[in-house]
Design a protein around this ligand. Sequence first.
Ligand SMILES: *Cc1c(COP(=O)(O)O)cnc(C)c1O
Length: 361
Amino acid sequence: MNMNPTIRIEDIMQCVRPHLRGLQPYSSARDEFSGQAHIYLDANENPFGSPLLSVSVYNRYPDPHQQSLKERLAKLKGVAPGQIFLGNGSDEAIDLLIRAFCEPAQDRILITPPTYGMYEVSAAIHNVGVLKVPLLPEVFQLNTDEIIAQSRQAKLIWLCSPNNPTGNLLRREDIHAILTQVHCPVVIDEAYIDFSEDEGWLPHLEHYPNLIVLQTFSKAWGLAGLRLGVAYAHPQIIHLLDKIKPPYNINAYTQKMALQALDQRRQVALWIENTRRERQALSQALTSLPFVEKVFPSDANFILVRMQQASAIYRYLITCGIIVRDRSRVVLCDNCLRITVGKPEENRQLLNALREWQKNG
Ligand SMILES: *Cc1c(COP(=O)(O)O)cnc(C)c1O
């Protein structure tokens, strides 16, 4: 691809809020001494242990830099540990990115609705403005020229691919054009990339100093309850996020369990295969229902479906004990439900319930 040599990391770091550039981060006890010792009297921990006798040591603070986990993840993803930030869910990374780049009551982020709601909520929490450049209707692709035109007024651009709630990947040519023609950081949220055939943007991190890729352990990895999200970016951006994060943001249990999970790639790959197969079967079955108007193609583990009386069907499914997501009031998603691809038996029951609705409707 044709890279743009005019965007340099130095320019991107100019987007950082001025008061953070020279910030001296909190120095934890484990920062000031990181070697091995046999008596630790530096962190005011309980020396006797924790009441959780059967499990491992939780009386000690966790590694604030998550070194083992980052090293393991770096190998798996083909990046350097210095290109990895770990957050308490992607939601923490989203929050910290806005904190790092956006001055409250002054700066703005740019989002492309319909998309994940946390970008806007997080901006609102920080009193940061939101520029909206909606996706193109029905195809849900980027309005690239408009995004580039409006990017001058934005400090951060948020793209989501595959996009939530629409399920589709964003076109690579569009993303490349944005990455090379704007002068601010561009976040690509790849929470669902494992379910797609696309390689995503991680293999191209080196080429774009303004690229930040978000991934998560919450979806394909099946660890939503642990709260672990990842941001991949240029080491200077990672260093900035590390400076402003709470020192012990990833707890010891999460670090330990994530390391164990990373040894179970075969299991995760099998689930992904199953999900793709079920996604295909469920899409086909939904298409054949007469009240379904459109089943949007999906590269994720959910399907956006437009149907007659979507909200009524949403409420009807609740009475059947089946919960889907009503997106019918979301821009460009009128009469749409977002349905997560479940296990085969769950999908079968969903389809049965929908066929019942059809008979009685
Ligand atoms: C589910 C999801 C996430 C994951 O958030 P976590 O805080 O890591 O659980 C991130 N982005 C999008 C678009 C999502 O749908």
